[in-house]
Design a protein around this ligand. Structure first.
Ligand code: ASP
Length: 426
């Protein structure tokens, strides 16, 4: 029986053919048919419609998934100390991840030298930057419906977090509404999945249009962008997680990676922390020595709210997009990005591609052109796979540290030669 081609393969085919097509068309880009029909109509339509479809998902996704995420955090309170520690670990590591990403992106400056002015004629200007205190004040919506209509992300986030908290406090009294949000969440994720099915065509059109207009010019900046994201992911995994793991447990970091690698590989190939969750839990219990008790709480929560790899991509992408549009971000904007991306991480569902949708929300928050996503969309799948592996590694590192603190870490299991500990890959 012939195996059906997976979405990842299709996206890569879209990427490569788009690239080849674009480069073939570049020398004849002045031709009327090429410029008016292919670049100006077909690629424009396929690419922009796809970006619009992504944008369409942002407000519903943030509203429902954050409400559900906040309701999940609400349950954390019942777990007392373990819950608070886990939450603190997740939020702090995400903020570190995005700060690291922004710093590295500013050092490497992947977007300098590329000018997207040719591709998008619209002039973008950074809004007069507000003092950070005003950013904080403006986070509180005076009219949540207006926030939704205008797509004011920080206000939507605040409102959603509040609703999630309210739902947890009310418990059974508001069960129907909570169920409604959970079902709406399932629905929105289904819509994302449908939109992602368009990705191969969208990616083809976006990449073909970019390269047909700019030739080889974007290649080096894009490669630098990819390397910066991958570099930040590796640094975060080695320095932040392993540093913390070593400081709190004294265990061998290399052994950690060796033991946890089956789960990382599954995350890499599925680009979904949620689908990897069963394997993450099993690997944590059988190879890292985390007790069932701790693993079954920290890991599902992590797969829902802790997305450090995603935050890293968003940090680098924000700087990259600002650079290619020739806009400079100041400290208040960076603080806003850190704040938004950390909160966005809570609302990012662990399925492929959602990180990119959430990126458009981060960009909107600092008034960067969402169109910039077009450039990185084509190569995002590979980064999605890589960041998902880091997302779940962060969950596992946290799980081990919490288990150690609670006296629920079996060091013998961790140290044993558990090569043949059966991990069932579904
Ligand atoms: N695919 C990621 C995950 O499942 C989320 C994302 O960054 O798109 O963890």
């Amino acid at each position: 029986m012939k195996k059906k081609m997976g979405l990842t393969t299709k996206i890569f085919i879209g990427l490569i053919t788009g690239l080849i097509f674009g480069l073939i068309l570049y020398p004849i880009r002045e031709n009327v048919f090429v410029s008016k029909v292919l670049i100006g109509f077909v690629f424009q339509l396929g690419g922009k419609a796809f970006i619009s479809a992504i944008k369409m998902m942002v407000v519903p996704l943030v509203l429902v998934s954050l409400t559900c995420g906040a309701a999940a955090i609400g349950d954390v309170k019942k777990l007392g100390r373990v819950g608070v520690r886990t939450l603190a670990f997740y939020l702090v590591t995400t903020a570190i991840a995005i700060t690291l990403a922004i710093t590295l992106a500013n050092i490497v400056a992947p977007g300098l030298g590329l000018d997207l002015g040719t591709l998008d004629k619209t002039e973008y200007t950074i809004k007069q930057s507000k003092p950070f205190v005003q950013v904080l004040i403006d986070m509180v919506p005076t009219n949540p419906i207006k926030s939704l209509a205008e797509g004011n992300m920080l206000q939507i986030i605040v409102f959603a977090l509040l609703m999630g908290t309210g739902l947890t406090i009310l418990g059974d009294k508001a069960k129907k509404i909570k169920d409604l949000f959970e079902e709406a969440n399932t629905l929105v994720l289904k819509l994302v999945e449908i939109v992602m099915k368009m990705a191969p065509i969208g990616v083809f059109c976006l990449i073909a249009r970019t390269f047909a207009t700019l030739g080889y010019e974007p290649m080096v900046p894009l490669a630098k962008y990819m390397i910066t994201v991958l570099g930040a992911l590796v640094i975060h995994a080695i320095v932040t997680y392993q540093g913390m793991l070593y400081a709190f447990t004294g265990l061998n970091p290399i052994k950690f990676f060796k033991n946890f690698s089956p789960a990382m590989l599954v995350a890499f190939s599925t680009a979904s922390s949620s689908s990897t969750l069963p394997i993450t839990i099993e690997t944590a219990e059988k190879r890292l020595g985390v007790s069932k008790n701790i693993a079954s709480f920290t890991l599902p929560l992590g797969a829902t709210i802790n997305m450090d790899g995603t935050a890293i991509m968003q940090g680098v992408a924000t700087v990259f997009i600002a650079q290619v549009y020739g806009m400079s971000l100041g400290l208040p904007q960076y603080l806003t990005v850190i704040l938004t991306a950390t909160l966005a991480s809570v609302g990012t569902a662990g399925v492929p591609g959602v990180g990119l949708i959430m990126l458009s929300m981060v960009l909107q928050q600092v008034n960067l052109p969402v169109e910039g996503i077009a450039l990185i969309m084509g190569i995002d799948r590979l980064l999605d796979m890589s960041r998902t592996a880091i997302n779940i590694t962060g969950d596992a590192a946290c799980s081990m540290i919490i288990a150690k603190k609670e006296g629920e870490l079996d060091v013998d299991v961790f140290n044993s030669d558990n090569e043949d500990a059966e991990i069932e890959v579904a």
